[in-house]
Design a protein around this ligand. Structure first.
Ligand SMILES: Nc1ncnc2c1ncn2[C@@H]1O[C@H](COP(=O)(O)OP(=O)(O)OP(=O)(O)O)[C@@H](O)[C@H]1O
Ligand SMILES: [Mg+2]
Length: 363
């Protein structure tokens, strides 16, 4: 690797990681494109932190290889990989000032003091904290501490930036502006970045690509929109956004595709992508595809009958759970509409053009 080279591709080739009995990562094959920000999403214990630690070199692979661009880094130590890491806990040194915390890595490299001072000012400026050099961590807000942690990672001009749930200790309002700052910084520096979060709206908002993991494997990778609109499994449909996964039967008749569920039939648009064969299928019905209405006398083929089992006023919206023939469906209605109380008989209208057919044979 040449010094100062940015925009490198990270490639994992058949990577395994075992801890005694536990296989934390199982045959991971993935490419993180140069200059992009990719989010890793998945349930607790699926291997996200382990994947970051392998890329950083803090942990060694049990099998497979890791490449930064054309360089194989599998056997390089963490200090020789040029990776910056930002953790959930910030890990700032409490007895050091902001300047000392940020300059620490350069100090270890025996960089002259005046040069360190100048670089600290530059990176603090990048995170909007120039002027805070003399403060101690406990004199900063959570968001400011997190920015110091980011500055500390940036000062070493890393080729790769890894974030492990960097915002989970920050309240939700500040989290939104912090995630935008991180995104902005990533785009302006072009450093290939991998970001772990539990928060899927954060993932959709900041990422070029999202990787969904389950049990040490990658189950789907793609841009946020494709994961949301084209989940390849019920697991991904449930994990990305909210989803009602229901059983249905796909029928291919003379007039095109139709799905039958709970005693009703819905014609699917001609141009819809249908990744399954006729027969039993699973559908993902996003809450925004369902609309609760007063029950009408005339049977409407686009509506399932149901009874409201939960009805919660949330400010701008009302959240409902409705018991129907295909199971409990979760949806929202605008708060300006009259609230349907718990126990009311209603009908749930399904917008056929927004139904997602989950690919055949997927779980
Ligand atoms: N040092 C270790 N020794 C033994 N097992 C470990 C070690 N580190 C991780 N594991 C195991 O590997 C699996 C993956 O852990 P990892 O920390 O990567 O999950 P994660 O996706 O980051 O979860 P979380 O969302 O809770 O942070 C888990 O089963 C975990 O118990
Ligand atoms: Mg973790």
């Amino acid at each position: 690797m040449k010094p100062g080279e940015t925009n490198i591709t990270i490639t994992l080739q058949n990577v395994f990681k075992r801890f005694d009995e536990v296989t934390a990562l199982d045959d991971i094959k993935v490419v993180f494109e140069a200059g992009t920000l990719t989010t890793l999403l998945g349930p607790s214990g699926c291997g996200k932190t382990t994947l970051l630690r392998l890329i950083s070199g803090l942990e060694k692979v049990s099998g497979g290889d890791i490449w930064f661009g054309d360089d194989k880094v599998t056997d390089l130590s963490a200090t020789r990989r040029d990776v910056g890491m930002v953790f959930q806990s910030y890990a700032l040194f409490p007895h050091m000032t902001v300047e000392q915390n940020v300059g620490y890595g350069l100090g270890v490299l025996k960089t002259p003091q005046d040069k360190i001072k100048e670089r600290v000012r530059e990176v603090l400026d990048m995170v909007n904290l120039d002027g805070y050099q003399a403060r101690y961590p406990d004199e900063l807000s959570g968001g400011q501490q997190q920015r110091v942690a980011v500055a500390r990672a940036l000062i070493l001009e890393p080729k790769v930036l890894l974030f492990d749930e960097p915002l989970s200790n920050i309240d939700s309002k500040l989290r939104r502006s912090m995630r935008e700052e991180i995104r902005h910084l990533q785009q302006s520096t072009g450093i290939t970045s991998i970001y772990v979060t539990h928060d899927q709206s954060e993932a959709l908002a900041v990422s070029d690509e999202v990787v969904v993991m389950k049990d040490g494997r990658i189950v789907q990778k793609g841009p946020p929109r494709s994961l949301y609109h084209r989940p390849e499994s019920a697991f991904v449909a449930n994990f990305i956004g909210e989803s009602n996964v229901v059983e249905a039967v796909l029928v291919n008749g003379n007039d095109g595709h139709r799905v039958e569920l709970g005693g009703i039939g819905l014609a699917l648009p001609d141009d819809m992508h249908i990744p399954a064969k006729p027969g039993p299928v699973k559908l993902s019905l996003r809450p925004e595809v369902l609309h609760i209405e007063e029950k009408s006398e005339d049977k409407d083929s686009a509506c399932l009958d149901g009874v409201v089992t939960e009805s919660a006023y949330m400010g701008p919206v009302i959240e409902y759970s409705v018991k129907t023939a295909v199971g409990d469906l979760f949806t929202r209605g605008p708060a300006y509409e009259t609230q349907h109380p718990k126990g009311e008989q209603v009908q749930v209208r399904i917008r056929p053009d927004e139904i997602i057919v989950i690919p055949g044979n997927a779980d």
